[in-house]
Design a protein around this ligand. Structure first.
Ligand SMILES: *Cc1c(COP(=O)(O)O)cnc(C)c1O
Length: 381
């Protein structure tokens, strides 16, 4: 690690292996970085042609490469995964009304709905894979319902067929917050290819990143064309066509994406190996989600469920004392956000949120460190 020479312990004689691990902070994730020369190869092109943003050549190349990788037709890259959700609501003409969604996600799922002046209607989750419980959706549909916004949380697939059946029956749009779903494959198709629109995030903490970044994957060609306008202020040179916003991305972000992309399959297989080692070491100690059948998982996260919140806090205390910082993903359950106007009960999500955490998972995390993390967890259970 950088700077390690400066922190060298003068009492090396008594330094055990664990002490050494202890001195280095381990967070829940660490951004993947490509070799700097490979990034610079792309930035040299930017310096050469002086186009820094506005659908530049690197961005167009990244869009093309990602849509080929995902095998999807309408792939629109945007500035981040939050604006992707907001633009998805806008382009589908959903400006008010109720959106059925999950309380078990990152705050951006709910905040985007609120920001677009819609009302989030929370449906509780499946206790096995933490995605929206498809059997509880219909009872929440009212004449004001406009769309369903489920989340493929941690990269696990929602009950896509069940959700689509309900959407068809009630003429609702389906927008998947697929921020975790990039590179998961479900029933032979990219998990991000389902619904009217799926949204992705390429934030630095995600499986594949462009520092900041996001995308919409759109079923309908016309909607995709409109989205392509909306993300660029809604105009073509002097012709102003519709209300737009600025969701364009810079060439430097695209350069990072292009430099990272060749490492994607390595990133996924390394994360799979880490997850398998955790599985082996923690089997019987913590509860793990049950992925759906027909899912080729992307290993985006390593969530574990403890017996109760007390046990979770105990484990966190021990790990934190040893410079290890897992995160409570997700906490609190989003139906309990303080700025919501009313409380909608979701007992399963609230229970899971009180005792779930994600363990460190990133390229570069060493087997020794994983063994150490697991031994500390077992000790504090
Ligand atoms: C990260 C994330 C987002 C937001 O993506 P950004 O690119 O950070 O704006 C939205 N939803 C979920 C579930 C996320 O994890």
């Amino acid at each position: 690690m950088l700077g390690q020479g400066l922190q060298q312990d003068t009492t090396t004689q008594s330094t055990t292996c664990n002490d050494k691990i202890d001195s280095e902070k381990i967070f829940v994730t660490r951004s993947f970085l490509p070799p700097i020369e490979e990034y610079n190869k792309y930035t040299a092109k930017i310096f050469n042609n002086a186009q820094l943003t506005n659908q530049g050549p690197l961005l167009l190349e990244l869009e093309k490469r990602l849509s080929e990788y995902l095998k999807v037709r309408n792939f629109q890259y945007v500035t981040n995964g939050t604006i992707a959700i907001q633009i998805a609501l806008k382009v589908l003409g959903i400006e008010d009304g109720e959106i059925i969604t999950t309380p078990f996600s990152y705050v951006a799922t709910t905040s985007s709905i609120l920001w677009e002046r819609c009302r989030p209607v929370f449906v509780d989750i499946d206790p096995d894979n933490f995605t929206i419980d498809v059997n509880k959706i219909e009872e929440k549909i009212t004449p004001k319902t406009r769309a369903i916004m489920p989340v493929h949380v941690f990269g696990y697939a929602c009950n896509i067929d069940g959700i689509q059946k309900i959407a068809d029956k009630y003429n609702l749009k389906v927008i998947y917050d697929a921020a975790h779903a990039f590179a998961s494959i479900y029933k032979g198709r990219s998990l991000v290819s389902y619904g009217d629109i799926s949204t992705c995030s390429f934030h630095a903490t995600k499986l594949f990143h462009t520092i900041e970044g996001g995308a919409c994957i759109i079923k309908d060609d016309e909607i995709s064309k409109k989205l392509n306008l909306i993300k660029r202020f809604g105009h073509n040179v002097d012709e102003h066509i519709c209300l737009g916003i600025n969701a364009k991305q810079s060439e430097f972000n695209a350069a990072m994406g292009l430099a990272n992309l060749p490492y994607l399959s390595n990133i996924i297989s390394t994360r799979r190996d880490i997850s398998n080692l955790y599985d082996k070491l923690l089997s019987g100690y913590v509860k793990r989600p049950k992925p759906q059948q027909d899912l080729e998982y992307n290993y985006a996260y390593y969530p574990v469920v403890f017996k109760d919140e007390k046990q979770l806090l105990n484990v966190f205390k021990t790990l934190n004392e040893h410079n290890i910082f897992p995160r409570r993903y997700f906490y609190p359950s989003l139906n309990k956000l303080p700025y919501l106007k009313e409380y909608q009960e979701c007992p399963i999500s609230e229970d899971i949120c009180s005792r779930i955490a994600c363990l460190p998972l990133y390229v570069g995390l060493q087997p020794k460190q994983i063994e150490y993390i697991c031994s500390l967890i077992k000790k504090s259970l």
